[in-house]
Structure formats: C-alpha cells, structure tokens
Design a protein around this ligand. Structure first.
Ligand code: ZN
Length: 146
C-alpha cells in the first residue's frame, strides 16, 4: 500500500459506499498515516475508491454523513495533504460539524471535512488558494497534512 500523489485520476473520483474495509487495510493505513505524520488518510489516497477514512486520533469513519453546524460559520486556515507533498492551501471550512451524533470542532472539524472531500474526489488544490508558508515551519499556523 502506498500513498497516491496528485495528479492522479483516482484522487478525483466520487467514491462508492464501503465494501472491502477490513482490519488489515486499516492497519496498513494507520501505519502509512503515522509514517508520514498525517492528521488523516482517506481510502482513495491509497487507491481504494470507497467511502471511509481514518484520523490521527484513532477514529475510523465509514460511509460518514457529515452535517455542518452552520450557526458557527466558517473559518479559513492552512492545510496540507499527503497526496500533495510540500504544498499548502488556505481552505474555508465549517468551524463545527456533526458526524454520527458527535460534534467535531477546531482541527478535528477541519480534518473530517478534508477527508470527506477526498471521498468526493476533491483536493485542497481545487478548493483553496495556494499558501506560501512552509509545511515544516513550527508556527501556530503550521498547516496539517491529511
Ligand atoms: Zn488530503
């Protein structure tokens, strides 16, 4: 299993509901995400065109339905992507989203929306504006890759 880099047609497909998720796939995905210090990793990033993703806080989202909490509005912030190494983009995201009855805010909300975009074939390079800050700088605005 390897991370697929853009441009690659597999990253621009609308994924189908999960069918093949199993423990071995998850274990490999978590190992890859940790190796590359990602905040999340979506199935299409490893060539599986199905609707699931994992996050750095150890959660697995399968066929997720993500509802924005519109009353909290949106916020723009820098993001990186494991499929776009060395690049960062300023992306507008909902501040709070709910998935499966759980509310996610802050960085977790950003990661969930970033990964959901992957399941719909959307990359941050299509959604945001290029951000000139370095991915390696340790500042409060350091972008997170997912
Ligand atoms: Zn990504």
């Amino acid at each position: 299993m390897n991370i697929i880099f853009a441009p690659n047609e597999l990253l621009n497909r609308h994924c189908r509901p999960n069918k093949t998720l199993n423990f071995n796939v998850l274990a490999e995905m978590f190992a890859l995400m940790d190796l590359h210090k990602g905040m999340g990793l979506a199935a299409p990033q490893v060539g599986i065109l199905e609707r699931f993703f994992i996050t750095s806080w150890g959660q697995v989202f399968v066929d997720p339905l993500v509802y924005p909490e519109r009353q909290f509005g949106k916020e723009e912030g820098p993001e990186g992507c494991l499929s776009l190494p060395g690049q960062a983009f300023m992306v507008d995201r909902w501040r709070v989203v709910t998935v499966g009855g759980t509310r996610y805010s802050g960085l977790a909300a950003v990661v969930v929306q970033h990964e959901l975009d992957h399941l719909d074939g959307i990359l941050i390079s299509e959604r945001g504006k290029p951000f000139s800050g370095s991915l390696l700088e340790s500042s409060p605005s350091t972008p997170q890759s997912a």
